[in-house]
Design a protein around this ligand. Structure first.
Ligand code: MN
Length: 723
């Protein structure tokens, strides 16, 4: 054995000794076997620092033993890089060691394949979750944290670029995970190392600051420890008091958040470790009799443990000379949890070396946490971190460019495609997962790298996809696609109906007119465009005839000729002219023209007849317009106060599809307007179309307008117009 091998052997023996202290019955031969196996596998490999590669796994094993993890995890630590970096396979490990060790190594290997990228907080949070989700055993995460810790300790050998990248990753991903698992010991060291490499100057400043007046401060701490210790001894409280270690990164963070050095109590802090919970509260009480507590700084994490199981009493008191300092008070067990977090669970898993109740307590606490309502932010995080199976409802997938995407468990490449972009989803024709073609129904697995094959001439999604996708997003987008596709069809159908109806009305609506009517139809029918209106007509949301009728009513000038067609009905029932005043005359006999049947509200003119007084026509009557005796035209107007009691008839024609109780519906509407029906005729027209000719008695043109509008919206009515 050469010197190096001797040195390694010594380290392994130390690790085994450490494990024996907390697991006296552990089968430590497996640790030695793992060491020899790893040494052989990594033979000839060097680290960047120039030392043999095997030193790295040995250091991981050492860190794991200081966290007091079981021999299985320590062995897995020794073997953690073997599958990734050598020709050894997972099966070799399974055969040579155990399924458990192989599964831990596999977990670490998988996690190592995750390439962290992206800067935004959301992406980073997804990575954190993914790390935890991919490790089906919390011990995998702990091995990974130990791996990262040793890599950070030896980061100086790396290029500056690598140093920055690894440090950033450590702060973003690994330190928060350590924190959530309650492994503060690792969290703090990771943070301080990352801080040192990321901001060397600021780091030096903080170190200097902590070092300044150090002696003075240490002397002060010694004094308060002495005072408190004396008090506790006289009160028969067994205790162990020490100054609290300083964490440069947390001091830096506090300074960054605008706190002055005097407000950073970490610089002056002591920790009291006692045997029982009662002693914690007693110690707090005695401390407060010695020094005045600063209001708002007392925290009882014993009654209200932090989500990561941390328990302790905190108080800040005004010490001798008016200098504030912090006191943390906790039991031995609480201290163990504070330092080792979840790792403490394995430490006393077998309940042999430690207090029996701790294991129970940890289990109890974990169960309690699981049941905690998610009222605190951290509790959710912690539950997620520890109970990796809580991630069962999510799956983490990579894009070809390495962006990480979170999808519901059971997601398929189609879900993924729609998450990337609607167009990618709609033109998706196939997919590759980790380079291999898979069916679109493939259930994606954590860490899959997915590529979507698209074809721009694809006709779009299949309706079957709706049964395959699991994300609401994909489902909605597929539905939207079909709604849109159906819309195209409806537009065609609606356009055709509209055309047919125009023909029926003998109405021509030119493209120029459509342009002018666009604003009107938008507001009148609440649509975005003519196409939109056609689509609505197409699926039956509105009747083409009704649309035409509304347009004509609104743009009467465009359709003036039609409205001047000779009336189809008999003369008005009212022959007396009491409701019309002829300018310059008061006693002329007035009759209403049969050709245009004016009703109150219409623009009217008088025509002087020979021997029959004045005939009243609508101002736009063709007969008036074509007269060769314009001098016989005389101005007339409605006498509105007389109109109230007067009545006129108007004829309405309804085109409709016959249905049960249609006639009843129509008469009800007319009746509700307070209008009498003087005649009602129906006739069949076409296969199932029918016409109703209704003569109503009205007192003004606005009444006709109103009734026409109302009848137009009756179901199965195609069109209504006044004739
Ligand atoms: Mn490693």
């Amino acid at each position: 054995m050469d010197d190096e091998a001797l040195e390694e052997k010594k380290k392994i023996d130390e690790i085994i000794d450490t494990v024996k202290t907390y697991h006296p019955d552990a089968d430590c031969a497996i640790i030695e076997k793992a060491y020899l196996f790893a040494k052989d596998a990594h033979n000839g490999q060097k680290r960047l620092s120039g030392e043999d590669y095997i030193n790295h796994p040995i250091e991981i094993a050492r860190i794991l033993s200081t966290l007091q993890l079981d021999e299985t995890t320590v062995s897995a630590g020794l073997l953690h890089d073997v599958v990734e970096d050598t020709s050894i396979s997972l099966d070799d490990i399974r055969e040579g060691f155990s399924d458990e060790i192989a599964s831990l190594v596999d977990g670490v290997t998988k996690i190592n394949k995750i390439k962290v990228s992206g800067e935004d907080e959301e992406q980073i949070e997804t990575f954190r979750k993914m790390f935890v989700a991919m490790a089906n055993d919390v011990r995998v995460i702990i091995v990974k944290l130990a791996d990262r810790l040793h890599n950070m300790r030896t980061l100086a050998a790396m290029t500056r670029e690598k140093q920055i990248k690894k440090s950033r990753e450590t702060l973003d991903i690994f330190a928060p995970i350590a924190s959530r698992l309650g492994i503060y010991r690792i969290k703090w060291e990771l943070e301080d190392l990352a801080f040192k490499f990321l901001e060397p100057e600021r780091y030096a400043e903080v170190v200097d600051l902590v070092a300044s007046e150090r002696e003075e401060r240490e002397e002060y701490i010694r004094r308060v420890i002495e005072i408190l210790s004396e008090k506790l001894t006289s009160e028969n409280i067994q205790h162990d008091i020490s100054g609290r270690p300083k964490h440069y990164y947390s001091i830096y963070q506090k300074m960054e958040s605008g706190k002055s050095i005097d407000e950073i109590y970490d610089l002056m802090a002591i920790r009291v470790i006692v045997n029982k919970i009662d002693d914690c509260y007693a110690t707090l009480g005695w401390a407060h009799t010695l020094w005045k507590p600063i209001p708002g700084r007392i925290k009882d994490y014993i009654a209200m443990p932090k989500a990561n199981m941390y328990q302790s009493l905190h108080t800040t008191v005004m010490g001798p000379g008016g200098k504030p300092f912090e006191i943390q008070i906790r039991t031995v067990e609480m201290h163990m949890i504070a330092e080792y977090g979840v790792a403490a669970h394995w430490r006393y898993k077998e309940g042999k070396a430690g207090p029996d109740d701790l294991s129970e307590k940890l289990n109890g606490l974990m169960n309690e946490i699981k049941e905690l309502e998610q009222d605190s932010e951290d509790s959710g995080d912690f539950v997620e971190s520890v109970k990796t199976d809580l991630y069962d409802d999510e799956v983490f997938i990579f894009t070809p460019k390495g962006k990480l995407i979170e999808l519901p468990a059971g997601a398929t490449p189609i879900d993924f495609a729609y998450r990337i972009h609607t167009d990618v989803g709609n033109s998706c024709v196939g997919s590759k997962v980790n380079g291999k073609i898979v069916p679109l129904t493939y259930k994606l697995q954590n860490g899959d790298r997915v590529e979507i094959l698209t074809n721009t001439s694809s006709k779009g999604p299949s309706r079957d996809w709706l049964n395959v996708v699991v994300s609401p997003q994909a489902r909605n987008k597929i539905r939207a696609f079909f709604r849109k596709a159906d819309k195209e069809e409806n537009i065609l159908k609606g356009r055709e109906l509209f055309k047919r109806e125009c023909k029926h009305f003998k109405t021509e609506i030119t493209e120029e007119m459509k342009l002018r009517y666009e604003d009107f139809i938008k507001s009148r029918f609440n649509v975005a465009s003519w196409d939109d209106l056609y689509a609505t007509i197409g699926y039956g949301g509105v009747k083409a005839g009704y649309v035409i009728q509304r347009i004509k009513a609104n743009f009467t000038h465009d359709f003036a000729e039609e409205s001047d067609k000779p009336a189809l009905v008999k003369a008005p029932t009212r022959e007396k002219g009491a409701s019309v005043h002829v300018q310059g005359h008061s006693d002329l006999e007035v009759t209403f023209a049969n050709c245009c049947k004016p009703v109150p509200g219409d623009q009217i003119v008088g025509f002087t007849t020979r021997g029959r007084g004045i005939t009243v026509h609508r101002a736009d009557c063709v007969n008036i317009a074509n007269t060769n005796e314009p001098n016989r035209i005389i101005a007339v107007n409605w006498i509105t106060e007389n109109i109230q009691s007067d009545s006129f008839t108007a004829n309405i024609m309804i085109r409709c599809l016959d249905r049960k109780s249609l006639i009843a519906d129509i008469s009800t509407i007319i009746g509700n307007e307070g209008i009498n029906i003087s005649s009602f005729r129906t006739s069949a027209s076409g296969e199932d179309e029918m016409r109703m000719n209704i003569e109503i008695v009205i007192s003004s043109v606005s009444q006709v307008q109103s009734i026409v509008n109302k009848l137009g919206s009756v179901p199965s009515v195609i069109a209504v117009y006044r004739i």
